[in-house]
Design a protein around this ligand. Sequence first.
Ligand SMILES: [Fe+2]
Length: 358
Amino acid sequence: MKKPVIVTDKFLENLEDGAVQQTLSSLKKAGVDYVIYNGVEPNPKIHNIEAVKKLYQESGADSIITVGGGSAHDTGKGAGIILTNGNDITKLAGIETLDKALPPLIAVNTTAGTGSELTRHAVITNEETHLKFVVVSWRNIPLVSFNDPTLMLDVPKGLTAATGMDAFVQAIEPYVSVDHNPITDSQCIQAIKLIETSLREAVANGHNLDARTKMVEAEMLAGMAFNNANLGYVHAMAHQLGGQYDAPHGVCCALLLPYVEEYNIIACPDRFAQLAKFMGENTDGLSTRDAAELAIKAMKQMSEDVGIPKSIKEIGAKPEDFSLMAENALKDGNAFSNPRKGTKEDIIRIFQAAYDAS
Ligand SMILES: [Fe+2]
């Protein structure tokens, strides 16, 4: 790397001794030139990745360093994709669609989190169609990623809760995915146990370094798990809510989680019964079905404890949009590994259940 584009947002750039300033001071010490793109926004849009591409080309950059959470990493990945794989990223939605390497990419991560700093997923929103889509390819995986919990101590409570719930969902979905294996299982189990014993604490006191450390470890384990075992309908449907209403990804995932998994129980009741145990529930003497239901209850409790709203109404969801969102959810790259195969009507019913929740 002779001249990276730093991909971040203004808030992080202005944070005194924050991740951006620490990155810049390392680059200065090493005598490495750089340019900064500070326009990252939540649910990164096509215009964001095009702006990074333009800056990269006009400044003669040769690499990308993303500093931030999932939105920064996905913006950097998206720009890298259109720099080497063609201008129209919408044509590259899907799984293993990239045949050229991205420019060298380093990710400095500041949330625990999406896992995007180490996954093959890049999630981009088409601002014209409000469609959020995913480009899944091993070529998207950053060369190096940094996960330092001390960079996360000042993450606000709401963002800690939302990103932490994303990590929680990313540990649950690969555990029940059709693509799971013993290696991803062990990553999911450990991630769920870590989140169970640290997310509430990290939300309650952001400066609890032990809780922040456990959350970083958990989000990395979950990222490794779903890199291989993939996700499911929670993510496929959350992308529709995020694209349509520009709502935070982790909140969308948390709002849908119990309703998708309630629907999924019959596909693998034993796995859900085990999930209840990993979440610290006492399943002694319970039938498999009752233990599985206890897992759903524990998911709702986690959301409530960290302050996630109850219904998708609260992020602006409208029942008249459910039909189109259900259609698009079934086409999302994350839908194929869901343990239960649903119809459009099933997905509409799950959106409705998450809407009626109170
Ligand atoms: Fe996610």
